[in-house]
Design a protein around this ligand. Structure first.
Ligand code: DGY
Length: 324
């Protein structure tokens, strides 16, 4: 079996694949392949281990009829047209669980960074604006006893809720498609409708899978329903929020601050006005960027490819229906 890996991954995954005698082509260049170049190589391979959010649409699957499976190096699979994969019986693997702690760590870091304006204060030093002690300047807010609202309480949301409860005694509310009984039992999390989530959250953090029905769900109308001292956190996907509306909300005291690890588009343009705001902290999509998480992701992705090679079910498959 010939497998294409479009960008290098941690060695733990490569070694597993090599031990099985799988023939690997690893994109040796730092160069991002054009869509045509990418498809041309995928056509010649039996499987793909994909790093990054290439668009796997109907056209891609049509052009790559020999592809027998794709192992994504991500937990999110919003960039794959699942019905197109299903109609060709192509299993799609992902890397669940192993990045939940790392990603929720970044959301937790962003809450505190926003609450204490830490990026802005660091920039004051760089700009030579430290100045003398001022009892009234650069004040943040404390997080003790606040209400954390989670949009999408799955594995990452659960880790986030656990941290916020343990560190700050936060009260947890959440909105989900289905109830999370574990979180209700362990963390006393309360299920609420979307309007209540907006109205009652002091911190609103997104931890849901992105799908088109949630495109720009956080916009002028929804920000207007949030508390004026609230903090908006998005570590899931940039398409969940409208960036112009977020800028408006942050500059008109509609909400208090925002922390983003994801933007739309990515990379964010250097002149994006959100980057200049004192109440906005932005990171370049580093949620899963720890040695531990990335090694484990490499192993999950390799295990998915190996299962394909051995004619078994992928252990982490997002469209198990292809096996029916
Ligand atoms: C994921 O795993 O989905 C992360 O966002 C990286 O893309």
């Amino acid at each position: 079996m010939n497998v294409f890996i479009n960008k290098n991954i941690p060695e733990a995954g490569i070694l597993l694949l090599q031990e099985k005698g799988i023939n690997l082509t690893i994109n040796p260049t730092e160069k991002i392949l054009s869509r045509n170049e990418f498809i041309a190589i995928c056509k010649k391979n039996d499987a793909l281990l994909n790093v990054g959010t290439n668009n796997f649409d109907e056209d891609f699957f049509e052009q790559c009829p020999n592809l027998k499976g794709i192992a994504l190096f991500s937990v999110g699979f919003d960039y794959v047209n699942i019905p197109s994969a299903n109609s060709r019986k192509i299993p799609i693997g992902n890397t669940p669980d192993v990045l939940s702690r790392a990603t929720s760590d970044i959301a937790f870091l962003l809450i505190q960074s926003v609450a204490r304006k830490s990026f802005f204060n660091h920039k004051r030093i760089l700009d030579g604006k430290w100045g003398s002690f001022d009892a009234l300047a650069n004040l943040g807010q404390e997080l003790y006893g606040k209400t954390l609202g989670i949009f999408g309480l799955g594995r990452i949301g659960f880790e986030m809720a656990k941290k916020c409860k343990a560190a700050f005694g936060m009260n947890i509310i959440y909105h989900n498609r289905s109830r999370n009984e574990n979180a209700e039992k362990e963390l006393n999390a309360k299920f609420v409708d979307f309007e209540t989530l907006l109205a009652e959250s002091d911190i609103l953090s997104i931890h849901s899978n992105y799908s088109a029905e949630n495109n720009e769900l956080f916009n002028k109308n929804t920000f207007a329903k949030m508390k004026s001292n609230s903090i908006f956190i998005n570590t899931a996907r940039g398409k969940f929020h409208n960036e112009e509306d977020l800028f408006y909300a942050l500059t008109n005291n509609i909400i208090w601050g925002a922390g983003l690890d994801v933007t739309n588009p990515e990379p964010m343009l250097q002149n994006n006005p959100l980057l200049s705001l004192p109440n906005c902290c932005i990171l370049p999509h580093i949620g899963s960027a720890t040695y531990e998480a990335r090694n484990a992701m490499a192993v999950c992705a390799a295990q998915n490819i190996i299962a394909l090679f051995e004619n078994k079910k992928m252990p982490f498959c997002v469209n198990e229906e292809v096996y029916n």
